[in-house]
Design a protein. Structure first.
Length: 240
């Protein structure tokens, strides 16, 4: 009797025109492929780039049906849930045989990376740190970012506040200005972003003294993706 094939992993990011951003996201997908050489890993997007996630899921389900019914697990390469997870990705994972997992964040390993990026940028506990997320109007996304803030505060001795690129308040420039008004000599923006692109460019215009590098590339992101996938295969997937 043959062993059923493992479900395909469809790694789904937002998509970007920024070439450095594309390379950073591709590094995560490459890391997953290297860690699980026997696993089918497909890259998909919800905006800007092709192929679209719904098309990739449909292709994998069709191919799986021809080969005996392999399933598909969509792992969002997104840090917080919002419109793209609850609408685009959820719709793509509606067909029988497909499931979507939670986003990469919140996760303690992401907090570890954020703190390492702060140290690499020369930040000290004397600096005011603004944790900068892309932002969403969905309250579930805001709750996830607040959870990440708590994880970072557990690991960083100095002051850490929140700022958003869009969709929620305060916006990053306002958070930077508030930190300065509170007496901060230097303000460091911790980029809670996966890769370079539009939002990172805006952070460099926020008035901060220092802006840290985004999370990718980092080998720990590979394990976060695989943990989400393994939870889905074990029946523990939740779209949060």
């Amino acid at each position: 009797m043959s062993t059923p094939a493992s479900p395909a992993l469809v790694a789904t990011s937002h998509g970007t025109d920024n070439l450095d951003g594309r390379a950073a996201v591709a590094s995560i997908v490459a890391g997953v492929r290297a860690a699980r050489p026997g696993l089918t890993v497909r890259e998909a997007f919800v905006d800007v780039q092709q192929p679209e996630v719904a098309d990739v899921v449909a292709q994998e389900l069709e191919q799986g049906a021809a080969q005996g019914g392999a399933r598909v697990v969509v792992v969002p390469l997104l840090l917080s849930a919002g419109f793209h997870t609850y609408v685009d990705i959820a719709a793509a994972a509606e067909p029988d045989g497909a499931v979507a997992t939670g986003t990469l964040g919140p996760d303690p390993r992401l907090a570890d990376i954020l703190v390492e990026r702060l140290r690499a940028a020369g930040a000290t506990p004397d600096d005011a740190v603004v944790l900068a997320a892309a932002g969403s109007s969905d309250p579930r996304a805001a709750a996830a970012v607040v959870e990440m803030l708590a994880l970072v505060r557990e690991r960083w001795a100095g002051e850490v506040t929140l700022g958003y690129g869009a969709g929620a308040q305060p916006r990053v420039p306002d958070a930077v200005a508030q930190a300065r008004a509170g007496g901060a000599r230097r303000v460091v923006v911790a980029s809670y972003l996966l890769a370079p692109g539009f939002f990172l460019d805006r952070l460099h215009e926020s008035g901060a003294d220092v802006v840290t590098a985004p999370l990718a590339p980092d080998a720990r992101l590979t394990q976060v993706v695989l943990d989400r996938y393994d939870d889905a295969v074990a029946g523990r997937a939740t779209l949060r």
